[in-house]
Design a protein around this ligand. Sequence first.
Ligand code: MN3
Length: 241
Amino acid sequence: MPEETPRPETTDASRRDFLKGAAAAAVAAGALGFPAILEGAAPHELAPLPWPDTALEPVISAKTLSFHWGKHHRGYVDALNGLVKGGPLEGKPLADVVRASAADTASRAVFNNAAQAWNHDFFWKSLRPKGGAAPSGALAERIEASFGSLEGLKKELVAAGLGQFGSGWAWLVADGAALKVVKTANADTPLTTGVAPLLVLDVWEHAYYLDWQNRRKDYLTAVVDAYLNWEFAASNLPKKA
Ligand code: MN3
């Protein structure tokens, strides 16, 4: 076998032509007054992870991510698309689906899958490879005011994650001017409670069991120590508190 197999020149070009054709067909359909299927009712999509799947090793392995993102998260997105198809929530932004279904006990399956899809999107963004910047500016000031120090906040996050019996989430939220640590069970999310989520930790067993088995505290401590994305937290701070 030659060392380098040249890529067939036609592959990318034909894909481009196909995409151009599909886009043209969509425009044509719109112009003809067909329902804008490609716009209005676009299914929810599984966003790619914001870093390579080995970026958080050894704390969160590529193997864990292959299941957690590739199977669990994808499963919530796929289930949600099936559940909302043809109904009034089809094509609505994910956060709107979470809020709309939260109040309606008949929509529990929609809420569970929508909230899990939203929570996981938020979780991946809450993480970043080791070595990033510590909290600064307004976020650092508010952490100090609410928890005494960054160490104080980290301790509360670990305690909340450890204290969540069974499956759930541990969150840093902004409640007015104050920052708080809260925990939620199963798919529940502070998105529906009027506070602003800043960061989240997944404490479902599927988040850590392959890497840490039953040692939830060690998983939480390792993540909280060095893998939290404080820039993402700062970007979620409400402008006026
Ligand atoms: Mn999870």
